[in-house]
Design a binder for this molecule. Structure first.
Ligand SMILES: Nc1ncnc2c1ncn2[C@@H]1O[C@H](COP(=O)(O)OP(=O)(O)O)[C@@H](O)[C@H]1O
Ligand SMILES: [Mg+2]
Length: 325
């Protein structure tokens, strides 16, 4: 741009270009004014005129990419939310577990006692029994989700891991007429991760992509190095994610699918974060969605470490009273 006039540089007719030309023309500055570029990303612009001895010698324009700031803010907010929800949920989960155990044991006693008196009562007992079991599974899942995990870290080439996940996903992809295309490149991309957890997280993202294309299509998986990080991208040609649900998809139990669980992305987010990574997505409704998962490259000095042991969780057994007749 050296040697060019401002009028040439900003003559593209964009919102920001027009505003800047206007400001130049009328010789008024801009203070941290916000604009959107053509693809909807936020840019903050400032313009100051510089004078010396009341003679104008130049202008200083600062353009700031507010998009990356917004993304980071978003991620921090999500992890705060997940952490807060996690604390609450694990507390409640443990509290609920005890009465459930007590109910199960007492139900069994009651079943025995009623057996001879009223055979028909068994039917009701069975229903109560199976419903309690269901409740127990839900609670257990919550506890598992929020339990501090012990990372089994290893140095893994993410291209290899990606290929494993592609194979894991291929039966479901084939069933829906989705072709999983891969682009791993030739450069090894090592990161220090828990391979099992990471595979599960990536698989969740890939399966979402497959499920977003009920009529088939192409799903692209790729890995590349970006600075000090490895980035895995999963791109689908599905329906896209509507703007009004974009800040909800990482929430535990948020789903728009008839038989969805809403666990996949919450789990993926948590796992990636445990490995000092981050994830985000961009989506165009009607065109498709790309998810990006980034983790520190091995040797970058930001690798995950096994966290210090958490305070042992209280595992409270069945209450003593149950043993009594
Ligand atoms: N690739 C995608 N394309 C469109 N929507 C998606 C995609 N990935 C996730 N979503 C949305 O995010 C929601 C939550 O995803 P997830 O946590 O995996 O739960 P589930 O798959 O059980 O619904 C999905 O129900 C869907 O609405
Ligand atoms: Mg899912």
């Amino acid at each position: 741009m050296l040697g060019k006039n401002a009028a040439e540089i900003f003559a593209d007719g964009s919102e920001i270009g027009n505003a800047l030309l206007d400001a130049f023309g009328q010789h008024h500055g801009l203070m941290q004014q916000e604009f959107q570029n053509a693809v909807g990303e936020r840019i903050i612009a400032s313009l100051d005129f510089i004078e010396e001895d009341s003679e104008q010698i130049g202008a200083l324009m600062v353009l700031r990419d507010a998009e990356s700031v917004r993304r980071i803010e978003n991620e921090i907010e999500i992890s705060h939310r997940l952490a807060a929800a996690g604390r609450l949920v694990s507390g409640v989960g443990h509290e609920v577990k005890n009465p459930i155990n007590a109910i199960v044991v007492h139900l069994e006693v009651l079943r025995q006692k009623l057996r001879d008196i009223d055979p028909d009562a068994r039917r009701h007992m069975d229903v109560i029994g199976s419903e309690i079991q269901r409740l127990d599974r839900v609670v257990q899942m919550l506890i598992d989700f929020t339990r501090p995990v012990e990372l089994r870290l290893g140095d893994v080439d993410l291209r290899k891991l990606g290929e494993d996940v592609a194979l894991l996903a291929s039966p479901e992809a084939a069933r829906q007429g989705v072709i999983v295309r891969r682009e791993w490149g030739t450069e090894p991309l090592f990161a220090r991760i828990d391979a099992d957890l990471f595979k599960q997280a990536l698989l969740n993202v890939v399966l979402n992509g497959v499920q977003a294309m009920p009529k088939g299509g192409d799903l692209w998986m790729s890995a590349s190095r970006i600075g000090n990080e490895v980035e895995l991208t999963v791109r689908d040609q599905g329906a896209g994610i509507a703007p009004d649900i974009r800040d909800k998809i990482y929430n535990l139990y948020f789903t728009t699918k008839k038989s969805g669980s809403g666990i996949g992305l919450a789990m993926a987010f948590k796992v990636v974060q445990l490995m000092n990574g981050s994830m985000d997505f961009d989506s165009i409704v009607g065109t498709g969605t790309s998810f990006h998962i980034r983790v520190p490259l091995l040797g970058s000095g930001r690798e995950a470490q096994t966290p210090p042991p958490f305070a042992a969780m209280r595992e409270i057994g069945v209450q003593a009273e149950i043993g009594k007749k």
